[in-house]
Design a protein around this ligand. Structure first.
Ligand SMILES: Nc1ncnc2c1ncn2[C@@H]1O[C@H](COP(=O)(O)OP(=O)(O)OP(=O)(O)O)[C@@H](O)[C@H]1O
Ligand SMILES: [Mg+2]
Length: 238
């Protein structure tokens, strides 16, 4: 087990964005995290990854308690995330963006460049390495978001809607990138609304609704779960 969340609770004023959410992630797996808009998926990433402090609960990574550790500490320990709203360093080149992550592992420019180059090859952006990040289209920006995180050499990668807004033809390409990264030994938690992609990639799926975990299991089980159908369609099952 690489990650364990034990009753994570996060409130924003009166809203309970996460209500005692617990789960375990097996090392080497791809786990899907789904739920309707506003369910708390990104908030869960923010809490696991140290972007936001939690109000209650505990989080363990590789056997060590990491509750409320900061993102940069977690990057060194081997956890990194991508942002749903892409956050490139806009005036820097694609290669320089990917190098930033690599500097959490190595000191020299040359080594950072090697790691960044490998990350860009993995996501298919090597040809664009000298472009300014601000010139990339949305699909390319999503790939750069993955490369920035991947170049920190993570053990666990949290991907927040890397397929949202991309062309349907690119979904297969992005799925392959996710699978390649996983096969290189990286555990992945994937937030995604594109069901076709999440169903085929995920060994297990966790479903959130209004801050609560309402289901967890194999993709085929989760889609038949009446709580999940109700959360998505807003109707009772016949
Ligand atoms: N920084 C914040 N301050 C106040 N409320 C927040 C904050 N971040 C999230 N929320 C609220 O917490 C709830 C969960 O939001 P979150 O962004 O985690 O949902 P999500 O499942 O990622 O949704 P989506 O699929 O639309 O990305 C929502 O009600 C949202 O308005
Ligand atoms: Mg979100």
């Amino acid at each position: 087990m690489i990650l364990r969340a034990d009753a994570i609770t996060k409130r924003f004023g009166g809203i309970c964005a996460l209500d005692k959410v617990s789960f375990e992630i097996e090392e080497g797996s791809i786990v899907g995290l789904i739920g309707p808009n506003g369910a708390g998926k990104t908030t869960l990433f923010n809490c696991i990854n140290g972007t936001l402090p939690i109000d209650d609960g505990r989080i363990y990574f590789c056997g060590e308690e990491i509750t409320n550790k900061r993102s940069y500490e977690l990057a060194r320990l081997g956890m990194c995330r991508s942002y749903q709203i892409v956050k490139p360093f806009r005036s820097m080149t694609v290669l320089q963006n990917a190098m930033v992550g690599a500097f959490c592992r190595v000191k020299s420019r040359k080594s950072a460049q090697e790691i960044a180059t490998e990350a860009l090859e993995t996501v298919g952006l090597y040809e664009k390495r000298d472009e300014k990040a601000s010139n990339l289209n949305i699909g390319e920006s999503k790939k750069l978001e993955i490369a920035k995180a991947f170049s920190t050499k993570p053990k666990l990668l949290l991907l927040d809607e890397v397929m949202a807004g991309i062309l349907p033809s690119e979904v297969k390409v992005m799925s392959k990138i996710v699978r390649d990264i996983n096969e290189s030994g990286v555990t992945i938690i994937l937030i995604e609304h594109i069901m076709e992609a999440i169903m085929s990639l995920s060994e297990r799926i966790i479903v959130l609704n209004f801050g609560e975990k309402i289901a967890e299991g194999a993709a085929s089980e989760v889609v038949r779960n009446s709580e999940v159908i109700k959360a998505y369609l807003g109707v009772e099952e016949e």
